[in-house]
Write a protein that binds this ligand. Sequence first.
Ligand code: ATP
Ligand code: MG
Length: 356
Amino acid sequence: MKILKIAVIAGDGVGPEVISEGIKVLNKVASIDSTFQFDFTYFPWGCEFYSKHGKMMDDDGIEQLKEFDAIYLGAVGFPGVPDHISLWDLLLKIRKSFDQYVNIRPVTLLKGAKTALSDVKRENINMLFIRENSEGEYSGAGDWLFKGQDHEVVLQNSVFSRKGTERIIRYAFETAKREGRSLTSISKGNALNYSMVFWDQVFEEVSAEYPEVKTASYLVDAAAMLMIKDPKRFEVVVTSNLFGDILTDLGAAIAGGIGLAAGANINPERDYPSMFEPIHGSAPDIAGQGIANPLATIWSASQMLDFFGYEAYGKLVLEAIEQLLVDGQVLTPDMNGTASTSEVADKIIEIIESTV
Ligand code: ATP
Ligand code: MG
């Protein structure tokens, strides 16, 4: 029997509430198949840890996480701890240390899910965003000169390396080729005259290796508009760290809302663990009430199953989410329902039981 070792960082706010439900679903799936089991190890890291220890995670935290097959993360960040600290000292530290340079965010409107667009065919919202996740605009490089003086200047540098740009674009081409779908690159070569000109050039170069993949290229401003006006243009999409961050939040709004949006941080070479998480934050405004929507976290569990090669189970979980949305009976308040977090997950488990 294969044992999949999962590091659980439930984190802050609603993080622990949704993660425990995702774990219930993963255990349910493992119970169907006698060839594998999950072994969960819990790490108490996050803002509460910070308030006691002055740091978001143990000093050797990265070392501790290294041996796991995957990381399952709830949400980190809470009022009282500056956002840039909770982000850089935990989430970005993990993403960078483990070279999780691919961020995969499905923007698919499931049957029964609500969309912010009124006049669009459901099947036309089916995009797969592949966001650069290790450098670009979020390189962290910059400077703060003449701080506090009249001629104060702040620099925030983007870093686009040949290696970093090529590998994300190649990963996107491989994905588009495998799925038999088109690939769209989103950049901004007219205004960002170094970084995005380079991005476009690399996209052209790699494109020559994949004659079978149909490609398109858009400026990010035009892409934002077209995602609303004509989303069916987009199938697999590759873009930079900042643009991907913004556009996938837009994607969440047109594909069921923040309570549904999931994201995977992948190290494709599998040298280090990959990380699976809902894209929403710790939602302090509803924390502790047991009403957070667990579906995004459950969808990220489905991504984890795909990643481990159990695509049939990934699909089973995703179809259970879709079934729950179509039934429309057991939903949390953010989806205009009255159910609790655990009632939603229990319903998912019930649907899974009735399908297998
Ligand atoms: P972060 O900076 O970590 O992204 P944030 O404060 O910007 O956090 P969220 O924590 O995602 O954003 O919260 C944004 C809004 O979405 C809040 O009103 C929150 O209640 C709601 N929200 C987020 N996640 C969920 C969820 N799982 N279920 C229901 N509502 C949620
Ligand atoms: Mg936010």
